[in-house]
Design a binder for this molecule. Structure first.
Ligand code: SAH
Length: 254
């Protein structure tokens, strides 16, 4: 069967370098879970290594042509190929137990994939994958950096994040316009926040939506219960606060 024709609107950039694919697959820790879901397998460059791991492998692919290719080439996947949109997949209903997420992800939906992971943090113990380098850097950025933002705070709240390696555009067909990077996120042991979670997310999002203002101004629209309690933070800007700081600050709004 001939190869899958790359479709731009699906963010298809097929990885040509099997060494890199192997390194990505082997970056999974496989601790405390036995299921793995690959998002966007395409022609299976990663899948070929995943199926040899000691785990039950599922794949979800939106592209019909790729799904037929996978069915022909990976008999091992058997009925573990889901044709559909990862963003619409009811993870909890389908998997019920911890499942790691892996992929050379479609870059057009990278942030949405990460936000979905945050929503299902207690089902997803580990995420390994390739993103555009700029997104990967935002995920791992510490406070104080220009790249530190909403996605950094929300992910670092629940995951330990690691930048594994950078990847050149030349190893893809067709090459994307941007550089790429592989990162790994492992669920930390934070269960309940010491503040209201919905409020925390709202505070983080509002704070960064006007990141150059001091928090006193950026957060005006949220009603602070006691102006004095949060005063130490209010003269700072969003990027200066750690995850802990954001939780403390949120308590002042409750
Ligand atoms: N993993 C393959 C393909 C990467 S390209 C490789 O490394 O070569 C990204 C893949 O994600 C494509 O196959 C594309 O069809 C698929 N994709 C895009 N949007 C998707 C979505 N919403 N849900 C599932 N798969 C998606």
């Amino acid at each position: 069967m001939s190869k899958v024709r790359a479709k731009k609107y699906l963010g298809q950039h097929f990885l040509k370098d099997t060494g890199i694919a192997r390194d990505i697959a082997h970056s999974l820790g496989l601790n405390n879970y036995s299921k793995v879901l690959e998002v966007g397998p395409g022609m299976g460059v990663l899948t070929q290594f995943l199926i040899h791991l000691d785990a039950e492998i599922f794949v979800i692919e939106i592209d019909k042509e790729s799904v037929s290719y996978l069915k022909k080439h990976y008999f091992e996947l058997d009925n573990h190929i889901i044709e559909g949109d990862f963003l619409k997949l009811p993870l909890q209903e389908i998997f019920k137990e911890p499942i790691a997420i892996i992929g050379n992800f479609p870059y057009n939906i990278s942030s949405q994939i990460l936000f979905k992971a945050i929503d299902h943090k207690d089902l997803i113990p580990e995420i390994v994958g390739m993103f555009q380098k700029e997104v990967a850097e935002r995920v791992v950025s510490p406070p104080g950096s220009k790249k530190y933002g909403i996605i950094s705070v929300l992910l670092q709240c629940y995951y330990n994040v690691e930048y594994l390696f950078s990847v050149d555009e030349t190893v893809f067909d067709p090459p994307p316009r941007v550089k790429s990077a592989v990162i790994r996120l492992r669920r930390n042991d934070r269960e309940k926040l010491n503040c209201d979670e919905k409020k925390f997310i709202q505070v983080v999002k509002t704070a960064f939506s006007q990141r150059r203002k001091t928090l006193r101004n950026a957060l005006k629209s949220l009603n602070l219960v006691d102006e004095n309690t949060g005063s130490h933070y209010l003269s700072l800007r969003a990027e200066q606060l750690s995850v802990e700081d954001f939780m403390n600050l949120t308590s002042c709004f409750e």
